[in-house]
Write a protein that binds this ligand. Sequence first.
Ligand SMILES: NC(=O)C1=CN([C@@H]2O[C@H](COP(=O)(O)OP(=O)(O)OC[C@H]3O[C@@H](n4cnc5c(N)ncnc54)[C@H](O)[C@@H]3O)[C@@H](O)[C@H]2O)C=CC1
Ligand SMILES: CC(=O)C(=O)O
Ligand SMILES: [Mg+2]
Length: 605
Amino acid sequence: MWKIARAATSNLRQIRRFSTAIPGPCIVHKRGADILHDPWFNKDTGFPLTERDRLGLRGLLPPRIISFEQQYERFMESYRSLEKNTKNQPSNVVSLAKWRILNRLHDRNETLYYRVLIDNIKDFAPIIYTPTVGLVCQNYGGLFRRPRGMYFSAKDKGEMMSMIYNWPSPKVDMIVLTDGSRILGLGDLGVQGIGIPIGKLDMYVAAAGINPQRILPVMLDVGTSNQKLREDPLYLGLRQPRLEGEEYLSIVDEFMEAVFTRWPKAIVQFEDFQMKWAFETLQRYRKRFCMFNDDIQGTAGVALAGLLGAVRAQNRPLSDFVKQKIVVVGAGSAGIGVLNMAKQAVSRMMGNNEMPANNPFWLLDKDGLVTKERKNIDPSAAPFARGFGPGEVEGLREGASLLEVVKKVKPHVLLGLSGVGGIFNEEVLKAMRESDSTRPAIFAMSNPTMNAECTAADAFKYAGENIVFASGSPFENVNLGNGKVGHVNQANNMYLFPGIGLGTLLSGAHFISDGMLQAASECLASYMTDEEIQKGILYPSISSIRHITTEVGAAVVREAVAEELAEGHCEVGAKELMHMSKDETVEYVARNMWFPVYSPLVHEK
Ligand SMILES: NC(=O)C1=CN([C@@H]2O[C@H](COP(=O)(O)OP(=O)(O)OC[C@H]3O[C@@H](n4cnc5c(N)ncnc54)[C@H](O)[C@@H]3O)[C@@H](O)[C@H]2O)C=CC1
Ligand SMILES: CC(=O)C(=O)O
Ligand SMILES: [Mg+2]
């Protein structure tokens, strides 16, 4: 079942070379300076003379023509100088300086921006995505220069159906939407949360090859509960308390109707909504519109793939997943999402849609262990509340502390999605040494870095060198001495959301089923070889994110076909999708991925 998928696509690079060798023309409806000021079309000094003539650019640029490769080198050179010149400055200052230089390129020339991003994704992802994107959101008021994406506010009620036509691109494939209410582990950042949809969509372009002219980051500004922000003179959002209840839902309803009226085939990814709205909107829209919630569903798939990897790392068969004791810290949208998907996997493995006699999950929130004695328990957490009596670990009371739970349960896995930095402290990590696993797994998945439940170095230092470790934001591998390395995995939903979006788009499904999400997760899990897993490597390197996304996208397409949800995309109909072999589906996905090269621009009125 867990075959290695990589060999099947060894010809991917060739496909990409071929498709980039003869770039198709790009229709542009403007001329002259308007083109130079449009990052979608601008080539800076790279416009050939013929194009300068055709588009009225002669004289608007210095005469020398610089090739794409030279422009690329020039940018990388200035990036490297910046790195050198800021060496001794505080890390936040350096990170923001790096973000600024990339953002300036993004604002000026998207083709070059995405090319440097794709080629250097391992170095640049921590800048355009977590952790730096968190810092950018926190400082958004001061950093703001040019708008990116669209802003729909509570003041726009009744206007959204017409506003959506203000977006200049006639076609949109992927939208990432936030209301800014839970930005990473940083809380309510109101309108400043727009940085998250922008960063996520950058990953869509880099990893999934979604055309940047067809992405749309959206901020739904319904106010903020963050009083400090409301009082900040530089704050750019509505300075009013967050809308609640029906008032809130009517805004989201109106936005969704507007989007799908203009772009019926678009996919909307909900991102960083506070828990109550994350679950409510998922339930409300998932059958009506093509959408998913990344924090609930994307995170769950990535975590499940890692949990299965942790079983393999113990040299145990995957079916032993049902015997793993898993402690999840954080009962929010992400933690509950992970538990729901892990529970589904357990029931599938049991073959009878039942849970094993010994419930393998323990859930903690800010009030400690969640049990059946919990007052006013959230309905989504209720299925995971522990009981008392036979089959239960003795002596664990309602609200037991994390340390008590770890000491008594001796879990195989300790997984944090609490947003609380350092909560896996020395004592908790040392208690993991008594785990019943030969290779305990510690997943500190909260973002950004300062909110991680522990650092990689502390995990290996206190819990032991034989652990497997994953974090939501990147950490360096840990030098364990004697030539040994503690491998750090990045358990982040970035390994799945681009493939879920791309696969759904290319299948033409109008709805994202549990089966499609499960297929994505299984594909990620099976991507890793036994040799890698034995080294504690549970996820691929981010350098291969395009490759893994192609595989995940193909797995999603195939599942949509199997469930008869696939209706086809552009000239490829449902029947053709049905007759594609696995390799052909992978090639189909690869063929449809955008790659940044300068296309000849053709002017049309
Ligand atoms: N690595 C990844 O791919 C992802 C990471 N995350 C991260 O997970 C974190 C949580 O996200 P959500 O679940 O959406 O947030 P949320 O706000 O819905 O939930 C947070 C949960 O943590 C609990 N909590 C707070 N303090 C605690 C404490 N001291 N001990 C135990 N539990 C405590 C809360 O009671 C709540 O249940 C964030 O930092 C976010 O960045 C979220 C999605 C994906
Ligand atoms: C990664 C992500 O989606 C989060 O931290 O919210
Ligand atoms: Mg998120």
